[in-house]
Design a protein around this ligand. Structure first.
Ligand code: GL7
Length: 814
């Protein structure tokens, strides 16, 4: 198939053709959505030949592929990204111009697919971008949720969730293939039979099933002609399913059955880090991994490939525990369908999986009650028991009959309810287990999985997360990109360590001036966006102090609120002279899981504090709080390039990595942060003097916890802290009603699980340093430039190299 000519005229012709033939309209009577849809098809047409070519090469000369199994992909908008990757951005802009269309308006028309909660889903999107750019064969497998992460609105300062119907205006980036639907079974029972050779055979007799329909998305590499595939599965009722019920004569029941099946891919669970053990969630997990494994293996079988060597063709990377049910599924396929012996199948399976753990929070480690798993997937439960028996035999062989250890390590937990520990299953099955930042990987070995580390020290490794420079610098910060390219050439976009060449420019007054202009430009752009989107006005001369991430107690948005309230209180009480205060706009962006009360109360508090502070003349021009609703990738792309200060203030030992922290540093914001997650490595790279460190270290946190933490003593012992908490407790931010924020206040004073009060004084000191540094414009700018120059390590291209070397042993296709 031919690619349209790569010229403005060629693009115009293709675009008009798409408008006519796909949208059925002429330019003069087309809507913005028509134009956006036609533009998307045009871009697809340019990428199509490369996609087909990538696929053909892989078919003719199969390379080992990464099967990235992830329940979430937080993709962000596609249009800009695909235009960038195909080198068509300028041509498209000019072509649209010639048609009298404003490119920016069409870009704004795209609804971002929010098929993830936060860092974990966005990481998956960065990784598949990097693999395509590095010419590594990869298929991303996941779920095509009909409703992604909810749209957040505020009503009287409280979060209200709206469904995210991202598909309602059509989704021009996907290709549905109903003809390749995969049947997925559930429920029923198993039967044992003995064949003519006396071998026992198990058959799963399921009692219901659904159809998984694949939707393919292009994943273009950056200017390299490669287009990998993201395959997301959508659930439909199968014919058999319908017919059975139709035959029973109940039409209404049949339609209900269809809805039941489609429910499986209906909605993304909005819990971030704290899964709810809901049956539908397990259905989703099994649904997408069963489809994905079938998809890949059926292809190998068609080719006549020997599945004993499956690991030469694929490595399935388990993105957290969500896809871990793939382990017994592969065992089932090999044993029950392909006639492998158990040991033989286990040997293959162990080579085909690797597991990434993304958390340290005990409540985030998924477990499934045996009762539920057995009802939904009876054969898988049997296989899990069998895997566990064999594993525990190895434990006994290695450590003697240490029954305490055996109980600790068992994949099956007995209390409080008999259940399957998915992280343990993944660890036992995986060829490698990795954490997502150096500190996290160490804590994973020492605290979460110490027994496993003792058993298999070689299994454990670290791969520090990364972010794609294409989306988060080149696309999101075009003015900075131009400044960088004008100084060191264009090669940095897929070789981010080259940003080092910027170091000398920190000493160059001209460059610093240009950098400040870039920041000013980005602030102005942000101001326009917030005005349009939220009716929020911000002062572009302020320091922009940003905390954007999911709302979670461990991330400590409440510590940031205490800082804001302290500043406010100090000014209005006259203890702080406004003339001595650097004008500051604090921006929050955060969604709370709908059932997470403390997180929602904190959102309410932030909004109420914003209301009072912003209306108080005594702090005008000095302190402003902005909390735009519905923080998402699209807003991040505007917010991060404008930021001066990046807030990464989790309690040490709680944030596995963080990836927002990397995006800020790479866009020239300075970090105020704890010694946690990837902050540790960011500080090592950018240098102590360009990072505002505060707070307890992880061992100090552990010590304090062991000694017994008493938040009340911090409150009593610190006038400013007491003042801030008392002000909130007094009803100053709740129209005098002291009850409204009582749960937050009493939590601070009596429990404070994440020790915000213990780190408060140190945080305030660090903020004072921020304030002093910001006053020295030149010194601040130098630090910002050095942050950029020294953060090349945090490219997701580097993360991919680490995975390839340590875990996957795949090769780029030359
Ligand atoms: C997370 C971690 O909380 C976060 O620190 C990490 O950067 C991210 C990607 O590795 O994974 N784990 C998790 O469950 N969610 C995350 O964002 C939702």
């Amino acid at each position: 198939m031919g690619t349209p000519p790569v010229t403005v005229d060629g693009f115009v012709r293709e675009f008009l053709h798409e408008l006519n033939s796909n949208q059925g309209v002429s330019l003069s009577n087309s809507s913005v959505n028509d134009q956006y849809m036609a533009l998307a098809s045009t871009v697809r047409n340019y990428l199509m030949a490369r996609w087909l070519e990538t696929e053909r090469l892989q078919r003719e000369n199969p390379h080992k592929t990464v099967g990235y199994l992830s329940a979430e992909y937080l993709l962000g908008r596609q249009l800009g990204n695909d235009l960038l990757s195909s080198g068509l951005i300028d041509i498209a802009e000019e072509a649209l111009n010639q048609c009298g269309i404003d490119f920016a308006v069409l870009r704004a028309q795209e609804v971002e697919p929010g098929l993830g909660n936060g860092g974990l889903g966005r990481l998956a999107a960065c990784f598949i971008d990097s693999l395509a750019t590095m010419n590594v064969p990869c298929i991303g497998y996941g779920i095509r949720y009909e409703y992604g992460i909810f749209r957040q609105t505020f009503v009287d300062g409280r979060q209200v969730e709206q469904p995210d119907s991202w598909l309602s205006l059509g989704s021009p980036w996907e290709f549905a293939h109903p003809e390749h639907g995969v049947q997925v079974n559930f429920g029923g029972h198993t039967e044992k039979t003995v064949d003519e050779n006396g071998n026992e055979k198990t058959t799963w007799v399921p009692d219901w099933n659904v159809l998984g329909v694949p939707y393919n998305y292009m994943v273009p590499g950056y200017l390299n002609g490669r287009v990998n595939t993201l395959r997301l599965w959508s659930a439909q009722a199968t014919k058999a399913f319908d017919l059975q019920i139709f035959n029973s004569g109940d039409y209404a029941d049949a339609v209900r059955a269809q809805t039941f099946a489609e429910n499986i891919s209906k909605v993304l669970y909005p819990e971030d880090s704290t899964p709810q053990g809901k049956e539908l969630r397990l259905q989703q997990q099994y649904f997408f991994v069963a489809c994905s494994l079938h998809d890949f293996i059926a292809n190998q079988l068609e080719e006549g490939f020997d599945l004993h060597k499956l690991d030469e063709r694929i490595i399935f990377q388990l993105n957290d525990t969500h896809p871990v049910i793939a382990v017994p599924e592969l065992m089932r396929i090999l044993v029950d369908e392909q006639g492998f012996g158990f040991d033989e199948a286990w040997e293959v399976t162990q080579k085909c999986f690797a597991y990434t753990c993304h958390t340290l929070l005990p409540e985030a480690l998924e477990v499934w009650p045996v009762s539920l798993l057995g009802r939904l997937l009876p054969r898988h439960l049997e296989l899990i028991y069998q895997i566990n028996d064999a594993f525990l035999e190895d434990v006994r062989a290695k450590f003697g009959n240490d029954e305490m250890r055996v109980r600790r390590m068992s994949i099956i937990a007995e209390h409080p309810e008999r259940s399957v520990r998915m992280a343990y299953l993944a660890t036992v099955a995986g060829s490698k287990v990795n954490g997502v930042a150096a500190l996290h990987s160490q804590l994973l070995r020492d605290k979460v999985l110490p027994d496993f580390n003792e058993m298999w020290p070689m299994k454990f490794t670290n791969v520090t997360n990364g972010i794609t420079p294409r989306r988060f610098i080149r696309l999101a910060n075009r003015s900075l990109s131009t400044l960088i390219s004008d100084s060191i050439g264009k090669g940095w976009v897929n070789d981010l360590e080259r940003l080092r060449e910027l170091e000398p420019y920190a000493e160059d007054a001209e460059f610093r001036k240009a950098f400040r202009e870039v920041k000013a430009f980005n602030k102005e752009r942000l101001a326009r966006t917030l005005e349009q989107r939220d009716g929020i006005q911000i002062d572009q001369n302020h320091m922009l102090d940003v905390m954007v991430k999911r709302l979670h107690e461990y991330k400590r948005q409440s510590l940031k609120v205490l800082h804001v309230v302290t500043l406010y209180n100090e000014i209005i009480s006259g203890r702080l002279d406004p003339a001595d205060v650097q004008g500051r706009t604090v921006v929050f962006g955060a969604k709370a899981a709908p059932g997470y009360k403390m997180a929602k109360d904190t959102i309410h508090l932030i909004n109420k504090v914003a209301e009072v502070v912003n209306a108080d003349e005594r702090v005008q021009g000095k302190l402003h709080v902005a909390f735009p609703a519905n923080y998402n990738v699209t807003l991040a792309e505007k917010l991060i390039p404008a930021a001066d200060l990046s807030e990464q203030i989790s309690l040490a030992g709680m944030e596995a990595s963080g990836t927002g922290n990397m995006k800020f540093a790479l866009n020239g914001a300075l970090t105020i942060g704890t010694d946690d997650g990837a902050n540790v490595e960011i500080r090592e790279h950018v240098g102590d003097e360009n990072f505002f460190l505060f707070g307890m270290t992880e061992p100090e946190v552990a010590d304090l916890g062991a000694k017994g933490y008493n938040p009340g003593s911090h409150y009593e012992g610190d006038e400013r802290l007491k003042g801030a908490i008392d002000l909130i407790a007094s009803g100053a931010f709740s129209d005098g009603d002291r009850r409204v924020f009582e749960p937050i206040v009493s939590n601070w004073l009596t429990s404070d699980r994440f020790m915000a009060l213990a780190d408060y004084a140190s945080y305030m000191d660090a903020q004072a340093k921020v304030e002093a540094s910001y006053a020295d414009e030149d010194a601040w700018t130098k630090s910002a430039i050095l942050n950029i120059a020294r953060s090349g390590f945090f490219s997701s291209d580097r993360s991919m190299k680490d995975y390839i070397r340590e875990i996957w042993h795949t090769m780029p296709v030359l």
